[in-house]
Write a protein that binds this ligand. Structure first.
Ligand SMILES: [Zn+2]
Length: 500
């Protein structure tokens, strides 16, 4: 089959130039200059002839066509009129509210387009015989063509870039004939797939079903033709835009926090409907970082690499955290803005944050996985009933790792199942407190998930061995700090203004 013959036939069926290119299997940038591409494919372009359907406009060819009929296969989806309506619709929506450089179009297309594609497929088989495959469609599918044709045009007009994770512009499109066509499809489906129809009471007619089941290899042309015309009839009315709906991107903001207070919970602490603590790390960070990115702070999800108890501080380089912000109105953060947020959080006096930055969604795996394998670094202030002896001090210098068996502590049994877990303690290093001979400062490196308080006092033998069992006398924990977390993420950034 020659390209010229194919195009001549398509033209006689009322197919627009862009769709002619789809049937010539044009790719990527070949849609930019349609006539040039047609010429290159050895197709005669009749300059004087009124095009069937619209084409993408070029500067020197203004749109003043007297009468333009609707393309029989795309129903005007690729026409200039539709592009204009689409652009106007987007600009009339909440679009201006979103400060996002990246966008993605999600067009929900009526099924009539798929039916027409199939009708044309049958028509080409009739006309050109075996050179037209029965399994692989003869055209570049409309969905793909939307990406190749509409995306670049709309991005260009709005001065945005395409990104699958960008601001999603949900576009609902319909056609006046859609309902009637789908109704016929129900009958056709019963006839074309009687076995399947017998099994199911009601068959869901969907785009997916059309894509999977409806091709000349599976449906006979004669059956199809009982319900639909081959080739498809031309129509007057083009597709209509029903609605445009925007959904901001999911933005992830990472950083590290230090917890400076021994009276602060990780997340809002509410018991039987009553707040037990007036603030939390999560709330302090969200109320200072969130408003820049989103209108609704309730939807923001706070995650961190582990957590500490209310009375435990987290010092050193701090603990990695991420805010997952859905439907964001803004996706960027300058270092100045980040620094302001860091300063604002610091003002709470309870939490301080650093390394604040926007990160890619894929990087969240750092926080979500591998928690068990990570090492944790603690400093504990512990007290004995009598002054520390050299013997005790020596027993609490353990440079090599050892394993403990730890039953779920009684204090967390209300939210964790009762288990005995093995945990590795990598090292223990104790020294006497300078101001108090009965007190010890102990640096401990453990596997994540170890309960440190119980590791110290043993909780009536529920953790073995424990520091108490190792030294053979009671030892209590007075205060605990997390001094390091074995996760080198997010990358260090310095948001503070440089000093000249
Ligand atoms: Zn078309």
């Amino acid at each position: 089959m020659k390209n010229q013959d194919l195009v001549d036939y398509l033209r006689s069926c009322g197919v627009c130039e862009i769709c002619q290119l789809r049937y010539l299997k044009a790719r990527g940038s070949e849609y930019k200059d349609i006539r040039e591409t047609l010429r290159r494919l050895d197709v005669k372009v009749n300059e004087n002839e009124e095009n069937v359907g619209d084409t993408v406009s070029t500067e020197d060819q203004p749109t003043k066509k007297a009468r333009v009929s609707t393309c029989s296969t795309c129903l005007g989806l690729f026409s200039e009129d539709f592009q204009r309506d689409l652009l106007q619709g987007i600009l009339a929506s909440d679009f201006a509210k979103y400060d996002c450089q990246k966008i993605v179009l999600a067009i929900s297309l009526p099924m009539i387009l798929q039916l027409r594609q199939l009708a044309m497929w049958f028509a080409l088989q009739k006309r050109f015989g075996a050179s037209v495959d029965g399994i692989n469609p003869p055209d570049v599918p409309i969905k793909e063509a939307v990406k190749l044709i509409l995306h670049p045009i709309i991005c260009d007009k709005l001065d945005k870039e395409y990104d699958a994770n960008g601001l999603m512009i949900n576009i609902d499109v319909t056609h006046s004939l859609e309902a009637g066509e789908v109704e016929k499809l129900v009958s056709l489906n019963r006839e074309a797939f009687p076995a399947k129809a017998a099994h199911q009471k009601r068959i869901e007619i969907s785009r997916g079903l059309l894509e999977k089941q409806y091709q000349p290899a599976k449906v006979k042309a004669e059956t199809f033709e009982k319900y639909y015309q081959i080739p498809c009839a031309s129509v007057e009315e083009p597709l209509k835009l029903v609605s445009i709906d925007l959904q901001g991107p999911l933005v992830c903001v990472a950083g590290r926090y230090r917890k400076l207070s021994r009276e602060l919970s990780h997340t809002p602490w509410i018991l039987n409907g009553q707040r037990l603590m007036e603030d939390s790390i999560e709330e302090i960070i969200i109320r200072n970082v969130g408003p820049h990115f989103a209108e609704k702070l309730e939807k923001i999800n706070f995650m961190s690499s582990g957590r500490e108890d209310v009375d435990v501080r987290c010092l050193g380089k701090g603990r990695p955290f991420v805010l997952e912000i859905p439907n964001a109105i803004r996706s960027s953060l300058t270092t100045e803005q980040a620094y302001e947020m860091e300063q604002a959080v610091d003002k709470s006096g309870k939490v301080s944050i650093l390394n604040l930055q926007v990160v890619a969604r894929e990087e969240l795996t750092h926080i979500k996985t591998g928690e068990e394998q990570k090492k944790k670094f603690y400093r504990a202030l512990c007290a004995l009933k009598e002054p520390v002896t050299v013997d005790i001090l020596q027993k609490l210098q353990i440079p090599e790792s050892f394993d403990i068996q730890q039953k779920t502590p009684i204090r967390v049994l209300h939210r964790r199942p009762l288990h005995t877990r093995p945990r590795t303690i990598y090292s223990v290093k104790a020294k006497v407190h300078r101001g108090n001979p009965q007190a010890l400062i102990i640096d401990i490196v453990t596997q994540a998930g170890t309960y440190i308080k119980e590791l110290v006092h043993g909780e009536f033998g529920r953790t073995t061995p424990s520091f108490a069992s190792i030294i053979g006398q009671p030892i209590d924990i007075q205060a605990l700090d997390v001094v390091g977390i074995d996760l080198d993420w997010p990358p260090k950034v310095n948001n503070a203004p440089s000093v000249e």
